[in-house]
Design a protein around this ligand. Structure first.
Ligand code: CA
Length: 227
């Protein structure tokens, strides 16, 4: 999951970005709306966390602009303005949630998961695919009933594949979803993550689509013998 944070307070922005990264999100943090707007045009974000009081045009300006452009992605407004009028204006401008500072990273992450559940079309708390079970909230994985330990990046890749069970995902899209701008990506990092998922779970979990990228293996291929 790749998240865009727009927050001009350096302490708060840095804290939220670092906190969400430790929870496995890929995060880009910008301190003004124009930079965020440019990033939004080129990277496939899953959600935006938007401060209202920003230098230059404020958060409501940018939110309105994105909604007029038919950007569908969830936007969570984050602000110190806790007046009822501002909340109503934010929600009426197309915000999906409204959070008042200060906010703990754990709560922000939970709110993000809630809006992402609604936007992903997979609202159920436990995802099943063949004999694989995945809980997005806790990132826990069970394969044939046994727990599987995944790194944050491996579970992000698994979640991306499970969110798009019918799609072939290009290498570029997967990398853009798993890594923020400034992160150095080893050229074969993706192959390594795929290799680990296959080794830890099942070789048929991830299908290589030559010259394009990867796809989730069919559920039937991941079902054990039924007795
Ligand atoms: Ca601010």
């Amino acid at each position: 999951m790749r998240i865009l944070i727009v927050e001009d307070d350096p302490l708060l922005g840095d804290g939220l970005a670092a906190g969400l990264r430790t929870l496995g999100f890929a995060v880009d943090w910008f301190t003004d709306g124009a930079q965020a707007d440019a990033a939004l045009a080129v990277a496939p974000y899953d959600a935006v966390v938007l401060d209202l009081g920003l230098p230059g045009r404020d958060g409501l300006h940018w939110l309105g602009r994105w909604r007029r452009r038919a950007e569908q992605l969830p936007v969570l407004i984050l602000t110190a303005r806790d007046g009822v009028d501002q909340r109503i204006a934010g929600l009426d401008s197309g915000a999906d949630d409204y959070l008042v500072k200060p906010i703990a990273t754990a709560e922000l992450a939970a709110r993000l998961r809630a809006v992402l559940r609604r936007s992903s079309g997979r609202p159920e708390p436990l995802w099943r695919h063949g004999d694989l079970e995945y809980q997005p909230a806790s990132k826990t994985v069970r394969w044939r009933g046994e727990p599987v330990e995944l790194t944050a990046r491996e579970s992000a890749l698994l979640e991306l594949l499970l969110s798009n069970p019918q799609r072939v995902l290009s290498r570029a899209l997967i990398q853009d979803k798993l890594y923020a701008f400034e992160q150095d990506i080893d050229s074969n990092a993706l192959e390594v993550h795929v290799h680990h998922l296959r080794r830890k779970i099942d070789a048929k979990l991830v299908r290589t689509v030559r010259g394009v990228g990867y796809a989730l293996g069919p559920a039937e291929a991941l079902e054990g013998e039924r007795g």
